[in-house]
Ligand binder design. Structure first.
Ligand code: SF4
Length: 227
């Protein structure tokens, strides 16, 4: 078990420093070439790996070019084109509805505010944050995905369980200039070392400051359960 720094703010800053050194090229792994493609890729990535989404969007983005194409295609055909993605039927509906709204209410452009984005079908705060950050260069919050959720709890930054309250706490701890990068660093570390089922604490750059470190800690603070 590592010993966390005195305050959660110091703990968050130390985590950013160390992970930045470990993952200097950390960035979004979804592939897209414009805002609409970004929005669609993020909608598809819910409960699905970025790798799988990137494979599927390769042909999707060749076939569909702009919101009109998605709005006009029969939903069943769009679903068929997404069939390797989890929940592809629902996601086809979200994409089609969102594109209709983008055409009707936003002149065919992906909106650039949190409130307008979250009015789109299938778009919650997490998806909107990603689109704002990477599509519009607007950083309004911290994207809390499953990796950020798990690592923040394991490292003692929060005891909250759900993404929105976790985001609120993290925004008080992480320096604002790092809000965007914080997510990518957690994702990289969550994939490489601090995995959900079997974190490799013996090879972790955060081990000495991590209260969940498996050495002699019995509890995984992410789940609250014994290792
Ligand atoms: S890998 Fe282990 S030591 Fe490192 S952050 Fe995760 S739980 Fe803590």
């Amino acid at each position: 078990m590592g010993t966390p720094l005195e305050s959660r703010t110091e703990q968050a800053e130390e985590l950013v420093d160390r992970l930045e050194e470990a993952y200097p090229d950390s960035t979004i792994s979804l592939r897209y070439s414009n805002r609409l493609e970004l929005l669609i890729a993020v909608i598809l990535s819910a409960q699905c790996t970025d790798e799988r989404v990137n494979t599927e969007t390769k042909h999707l983005f060749e076939k569909y070019d702009g919101p009109e194409d998605y709005a006009n295609v029969p939903e069943e055909e769009l679903a068929e084109d997404l069939s390797s993605i989890t929940y592809y039927n629902s996601k086809a509906g979200y994409i089609k509805d969102s594109c209709e709204m983008i055409l009707e209410e936003h002149d065919g452009e992906v909106p650039d505010t949190m409130s307008e984005l979250t009015e789109l079908s299938g778009v919650g705060r997490k998806t909107a944050n990603v689109v704002l950050q990477h599509g519009h260069d607007v950083v309004e919050g911290i994207v809390v995905d499953t990796h950020v959720q798990r690592l923040s709890r394991r490292l003692g930054l929060t005891e909250e369980e759900y993404p929105e309250p976790i985001e609120q706490e993290l925004m008080d701890l992480v320096p604002e200039g790092y809000w965007q990068q914080f997510t990518h660093l957690c994702i990289d570390h969550g994939r490489a070392t601090c995995t959900a089922r079997n974190p490799d604490c013996s090879d972790c750059v955060l081990a000495d400051i991590c209260p969940s470190e498996k050495g002699d800690s019995e509890i995984d603070l992410a789940s609250g359960e014994h290792w």
